[in-house]
Design a protein around this ligand. Structure first.
Ligand code: AMP
Length: 434
């Protein structure tokens, strides 16, 4: 990093991605008075609803154009939202071009992009996780299954858009899942498989913002992956979330930081990886203690949408300090002490075959305790907002307690409509009086 860069004030930010996560990050950053402009690349139908936020054309695959645009627009900070560009090395290329980026390089992104890699990092650093075995072929995987003679959880090694994990109840299901992974269903992600012992317990997600050396911890969150009420039906990208998760208190969070997050960052450093970005640890609280079930190398979606309204105005400065490797100079990140609830509204046919192109009617506006974060939306030539993806938007609300937050979110969700719109009515059941 040059001297010149060090003295730059944070004024112009570019966020890579087009989902609800990126929409909520843009909203949170726009609260910072000194920021002049936030570009979201390519953004969605809700990007321009927030002051100072605009869409920028190139898609995240068009790396050379994005980098050129960052120079032309004198972007001070780039935040890469999704895992795919991170795992493909967009942050590396941007840093090589002299840009300041929040998001790990390709090496660090393996934390999420290879389950085998992240499991061995956990084992090397004594981070508690379920026992596992890796296999590079179907025969090898079936052999392992035979040897253990119990149902194992089957995970495609690589990125599979949240669909590569099959939790099996019987040995037969595990066999079927192994065949499925090696059938090519998950493309390159299924060239290798991780078989895991099945563990049980409530799940919670914890997050650290890292500058390569140090980290700070965000409030924990809990999401709902299943499509239907009662946590049933197929897995989805996430149908809702809430924060802070009450399952763990401040002391637990501190213990988990020491047990999981600090050793992870140390493990990365041992591999000479300067990890700048989010470490997201998905945990299961088992009867024999907490265990990591997955790492992500970015904010979760929809956990991010629940978390962003809790961030103090310093959030932008903290991300900037992380990206520059100088978290020690960042202002203290404050958090609202309210409860935040996020409900995802999905389109007809989601997750199997989401219907697109339906007009969305929105009779509610975002304010300081209620936010509409767009995800699968776009604007047509007549300025109508239309659906363009499975998870269309989320309604997020804050209140003194979770009952108030969820009541506010659900009552306003009724003011939004599109053909086939559906959502779960029991999001946050763990913390509500329902
Ligand atoms: P992942 O994509 O790794 O988060 O896995 C998706 C879901 O599968 C998790 O949220 C858990 O509910 C479940 N899961 C993953 N690993 C295990 C495991 N070893 N035992 C039981 N359930 C698991």
């Amino acid at each position: 990093m040059t001297k010149n860069q060090k003295s730059e004030e944070l004024k112009r930010i570019l966020i890579v991605g087009n989902g609800g996560r990126e929409n909520s990050i843009a909203w949170a950053l726009s609260k910072n008075q000194s920021i002049e402009q936030i570009y979201v690349c390519p953004g969605n139908g809700g990007t321009a609803n927030f002051k100072k936020c605009i869409c920028l054309k190139p898609s995240s695959e068009d790396e050379a154009t994005i980098i050129k645009e960052c120079h032309r627009l004198q972007i001070n900070l780039i935040i890469i939202g999704p895992e795919v560009p991170l795992s493909e090395g967009l942050a590396n290329k941007m840093r090589e071009a002299g840009l300041t980026v929040f998001g790990p390089g390709k090496e660090g992104a393996q934390l999420e992009a290879s389950k085998d890699w992240s499991k061995s990092l956990m084992v090397e650093n004594n981070i508690p996780t379920a026992k596992y075995w890796s296999a590079g072929s179907q025969e090898e995987a079936l052999q392992i299954l035979k040897r253990f003679n119990q149902p194992l959880v089957v995970k495609a090694d690589g990125l599979a858009a949240g669909k590569g994990v099959i939790v099996c109840e019987t040995i037969e299901q595990s066999k079927e899942a192994i065949r499925e992974v090696f059938s090519g269903k998950f493309g390159a992600a299924g060239h290798k498989v991780v078989l895991e012992e099945k563990i049980e317990g409530p799940e919670v997600s914890i997050f650290a913002l890292c500058d390569g050396e140090k980290l700070i911890i965000l409030p924990p969150a809990q999401d709902h992956k299943r499509l239907l009420e009662g946590d049933t039906g197929p897995n989805t990208g996430g149908m809702g979330a809430y924060a802070p998760a009450l399952l763990i208190n401040q002391k637990d969070l501190q213990d988990l930081t020491e047990l999981v997050l600090i050793p992870t960052l140390k493990g990365l450093k041992k591999k000479k990886i300067k990890y700048i970005g989010v470490i997201y640890a998905g945990l299961m609280l088992t009867s024999s203690g907490p265990k990591v079930i997955e790492f992500n190398c970015r904010f979760g979606d929809p956990e991010c949408q629940a978390l962003m309204p809790l961030m103090g105005e310093e959030f932008a400065s903290v991300l900037y300090a992380c990206a520059r490797g100088e978290l020690e100079n960042a202002p203290k990140l404050t958090f609202s002490n309210e409860c935040s609830a996020c409900i995802v509204a999905a389109s007809k046919g989601y997750p199997e075959r989401p219907q697109k192109g339906d007009k969305i009617t929105i009779n509610v506006e975002s304010n300081s305790s209620l936010q509409i974060f767009h995800a699968g939306t776009t604007i047509d030539e007549f300025d109508n907002i239309i659906t363009s993806g499975g998870r269309v938007l989320s309604l997020v609300a804050q209140g003194k307690n979770f009952d108030k937050a969820f009541d506010l979110a659900y009552s306003n969700l009724e003011k939004i409509n599109f053909e086939g719109m559906h959502y779960r009515r029991d999001i946050g059941y763990q913390v509500r009086n329902i």
